[in-house]
Design a protein around this ligand. Structure first.
Ligand SMILES: Nc1ncnc2c1ncn2[C@@H]1O[C@H](COP(=O)(O)OP(=O)(O)OP(=O)(O)O)[C@@H](O)[C@H]1O
Length: 329
């Protein structure tokens, strides 16, 4: 940490300036990453990511979180995630495209001089565990906005009549600040459409949501994420400024995922990430993360100093069993 950062950190504390604190924290974490101090960077990020409560996000402390009338549960969660581009392992083309989003947001005024607007209504689609949520977090850090996570599943109240009111409450809350808003499980329409009693109602709910999305003119970035794009009505697609596909990682990306996820712990020098990548065809980023978590725990609990090839191979086999069970469900 340089003296500039220390000074800014003190200033942030004394003036209770949370924005400044987060800027300095982000710069310290990035600096540690550049020095290849991945463990330190991960620890720092974890400390801040765990501070996920709404109360921590200034200036929104006094805003009550909207709740479902019937059951009283929270309709959204506010977080301040700390993730950076190096955490998200995607193709170069996709990363370049994603990096344009914060650039456009930060140059809102310049664009508006020419009658243009930044892309701010996005649809993320692709298989589970391919980095859609992680990408929303990276965008938050890059733009500097807090993250709102809306679980569509809980918004769609068992009393469907409440749902429209729930969506209204969420948009009222969004109107009070600048956020990256992730509407997760947007695919609920897919989950419920087989139920003939609910199908028509769910469709209305999604249409209602799409109208609110279309009407929204604020500065926030709204992201809907789905694993079932084929189930969305044609009309839904054109309401978004950009549609971004997340794919299962190819061999090269799988090797990078192994390397990244294991960067927090010493690894046996004979380990070849390419071979693991070969052995885990069809794995998502989340599957690879599970493999590395299992291998790291095994190595740590057996008091070895480093993760071995065998730890990872064994964990890959275990994950293959899990994936095959999931595929059958
Ligand atoms: N492309 C990726 N790069 C780095 N990590 C990834 C990637 N994809 C998935 N992961 C890891 O896997 C876990 C799950 O990822 P994430 O929640 O972003 O997936 P998702 O696409 O949103 O899944 P779902 O559709 O099931 O919500 C995260 O902890 C994340 O770190």
């Amino acid at each position: 940490m340089n003296s500039d950062d220390i000074e800014r950190l003190f200033q942030a504390f004394v003036t209770k300036n949370e924005e400044l604190f987060h800027q300095v924290a982000q710069s310290i974490i990035e600096h540690e990453e550049q020095l290849n101090h991945h463990l330190v960077a991960t620890k720092l990020r974890t400390i801040i990511n765990n501070q996920s409560v709404h109360q921590s996000v200034l200036p929104y402390r006094t805003l009550p979180i909207p709740r479902d009338n019937e059951k009283g549960f929270q309709l959204l969660e506010v977080k301040r995630p700390f993730s950076d581009w190096s955490d998200l392992i995607v193709s170069t083309e996709l990363e370049e495209r994603l990096r344009e989003i914060p650039l456009e947001i930060k140059n809102r005024d310049l664009l508006s001089n020419y009658g243009l607007k930044p892309r701010s209504k996005l649809l993320f689609y692709g298989p589970p565990g391919t980095g859609k949520t992680l990408c929303a977090k990276v965008l938050c850090s890059a733009i500097g906005y807090p993250l709102i996570v809306v679980k569509f599943e809980s918004v769609v109240s068992s009393f469907l009549g409440e749902t429209a009111a729930n969506i209204r409450k969420i948009f009222d809350y969004i109107d009070k600040g600048k956020w990256v808003v992730l509407f997760d499980e947007f695919d609920i329409i897919g989950k419920k459409r087989d139920d003939p009693s609910e199908h028509g109602e769910i469709k209305r709910v999604v249409n209602n949501f799409m109208l609110m999305l279309e009407d929204y003119q604020g500065d926030s970035v709204l992201i809907a994420a789905t694993n079932h794009p084929q189930l969305l009505d044609k009309g839904v697609w054109r309401r978004f400024d950009d549609i971004i596909q997340f794919e299962l990682p190819d061999k090269q990306l799988r090797a990078r995922l192994y390397e990244k996820k294991l960067s927090v712990i010493p690894v046996d020098p004979v380990v070849e990430y390419d071979i693991f990548a070969d052995n885990s065809k069809g794995f998502s980023g989340a599957d690879i993360e599970q493999v590395t978590i299992r291998a790291m725990k095994k190595a740590l609990l057996s008091k070895k100093k480093r993760v071995s090839k065998e730890d990872i191979e064994e964990a890959i086999l275990r994950q293959k069993e899990i994936v095959s069970v999931q595929e059958k469900v």
